[in-house]
Design a protein around this ligand. Structure first.
Ligand SMILES: [Zn+2]
Length: 74
């Protein structure tokens, strides 16, 4: 392998590493943002309190009375 080929190969390797890091961090941040943005609404069956929980929970405890509630379905 001559010097030019080695240099080109090295440049592509470095570019590939940075591209991979960029894609990785971009997807990770996007997933984090989506999880933060998503809220699940709940309606308490005992006290009637309406509240929202971050993430993708199927059931949650009421912050007012502690009753376990299923997520609201529309
Ligand atoms: Zn409640």
């Amino acid at each position: 392998m001559d010097l030019v080929t080695a240099t080109v190969f090295y440049c592509f390797l470095v570019a590939g590493i940075f591209l991979g890091l960029w894609v990785y961090y971009d997807r990770r941040d996007h997933a984090r943002f989506e999880a933060e943005r998503r809220h699940v609404p709940f309606h308490c069956q005992r006290c009637g309190h309406l509240y929202a929980v971050q993430g993708d929970a199927a059931q949650s405890v009421c912050p007012k009375c502690g009753q376990e509630n299923q997520r609201l379905k529309f």
